[in-house]
Design a protein around this ligand. Structure first.
Ligand SMILES: Cc1cc2nc3c(=O)[nH]c(=O)nc-3n(C[C@H](O)[C@H](O)[C@H](O)COP(=O)(O)OP(=O)(O)OC[C@H]3O[C@@H](n4cnc5c(N)ncnc54)[C@H](O)[C@@H]3O)c2cc1C
Length: 324
């Protein structure tokens, strides 16, 4: 079996930056196997960002100080996807789409075998860049099954005719969802368990506050949802201390966690506490990069780029034939 020096799992910002930095340190594109679960690069961004959303360079207090080749300034979503596509073309990165890793096994000689369906690859170093959106947080309350499809984390699936929409959350995504739904002509409610937006970027606080003041967003501070039941084809959202409201759809923006169950299943256990920019597993040779390594603060695109760059430097110093 051919041995590939590097395997990258996930072709989002962190995975692509990682591959680029490996090439920048002397490896060829064909030395790197990139495995992507979906059928496109940056699938999370392509699927989850509303089309109108600006892609912000400074996101969640993550300042845009780039240390590697890849770096973004504020741009639109299509511009960002195009930017990454150009990087992939320029570096001749070959991405294996529709590949979901089932197992990673440490071999006796210290190398790793990565299994995906019928295929297996042997490598010295694995970079795991799968993000955290597969473990998006949910409301954790009872939702009647007949309306369960109306409660989700995907603003892209909200249809024009769904007049009344409840957004749940108090971070930047919640603010951006509320702004975009207003622009699209929906009547928006916003439920947040606190009464102030301490975790939001100043521009998102400002825009959201203006919409609340103009009564375009109906803000429900200190609200805790207890259950969502079906009322005809609507959602009846019930709260601990507030009267119930009826909406056509509910969009959650509650953040995400590391997909620990999946990582455990494929054989990656990371015991160490969060590092600054990336994490290495206990046995050595598997690096978690991007959102997976971003900890409580959460990640950003430029953080994901930097995370890949730093992890590659570390891998060069320990396992690969390159300068850190
Ligand atoms: C709604 C929203 C708005 C945001 N806005 C901004 C912003 O304006 N600016 C900013 O800097 N950041 C923003 N972020 C954060 C930013 O998108 C992330 O920090 C960044 O995308 C993380 O990159 P990543 O490569 O670590 O993970 P991801 O972008 O999640 O990419 C992971 C890739 O791995 C693939 N994958 C997943 N599981 C597997 C698997 N098992 N096997 C193989 N492949 C897999 C996915 O399909 C995807 O292509 C936003 C996030 C959200 C949710």
């Amino acid at each position: 079996m051919v041995i590939h020096p590097v395997i990258v799992i996930g072709a989002g910002p962190a995975g692509i930056a990682t591959a680029v930095e490996v090439i920048n340190r002397g490896y060829k594109a064909e030395d790197i196997v990139i495995l992507e679960k979906s059928g496109e690069i940056a699938h999370m961004i392509a699927a989850k960002y509303p089309d109108e959303k600006p892609v912000l360079a400074n996101y969640k207090e993550r300042m845009a100080e780039c240390i590697g080749d890849l770096c973004i300034t504020d741009m639109s979503k299509p511009e960002f996807i195009d930017y990454l596509k150009q990087v992939v073309a320029k570096k001749k990165l070959a991405i294996n789409f529709h590949q979901s890793v089932e197992k990673i096994v440490k071999l006796k000689n210290g190398q790793w075998r990565v299994d995906c369906g019928e295929d297996s690859w042997i490598t010295n170093v694995v970079f795991v860049a799968i993000g955290t959106m597969s473990a998006a947080r949910t409301l954790g309350v009872h939702i009647d099954t007949q309306i369960a499809h109306l409660v989700q984390d995907d603003i892209q699936s909200i249809k024009k005719e769904q007049d009344y929409v409840l957004v749940v959350g108090g971070g930047d995504s919640a603010s951006e969802y509320a702004q975009i739904l207003c622009q699209r002509g929906h009547k928006v409610w916003l439920s947040y368990r606190k009464d102030t937006f301490a975790r939001m970027l100043p521009q998102n606080v400002e825009k959201l506050t203006a919409l609340i003041d103009e009564k375009k967003v109906n803000f429900l501070p200190n609200s805790t949802i207890t259950k969502i039941t079906a009322k005809e084809d609507h959602c009846s959202v019930q709260f601990k201390t507030l009267p119930a409201i009826n909406v056509h759809a509910v969009v959650t923006a509650l953040g995400s966690d590391r997909p620990k169950a999946y990582l455990d299943k494929i054989g990656i256990s990371v015991e160490k506490e969060n590092g600054d920019d990336f994490q290495e597993n206990e046995q050595g040779g598997i690096f978690l990069v991007g959102d997976l390594a971003s900890g409580k603060k959460g990640g950003s695109i430029n953080f994901a780029f930097n995370s890949g760059t730093k992890a590659v430097s570390k891998a060069c110093s320990l396992y690969l034939d390159c300068d850190a």
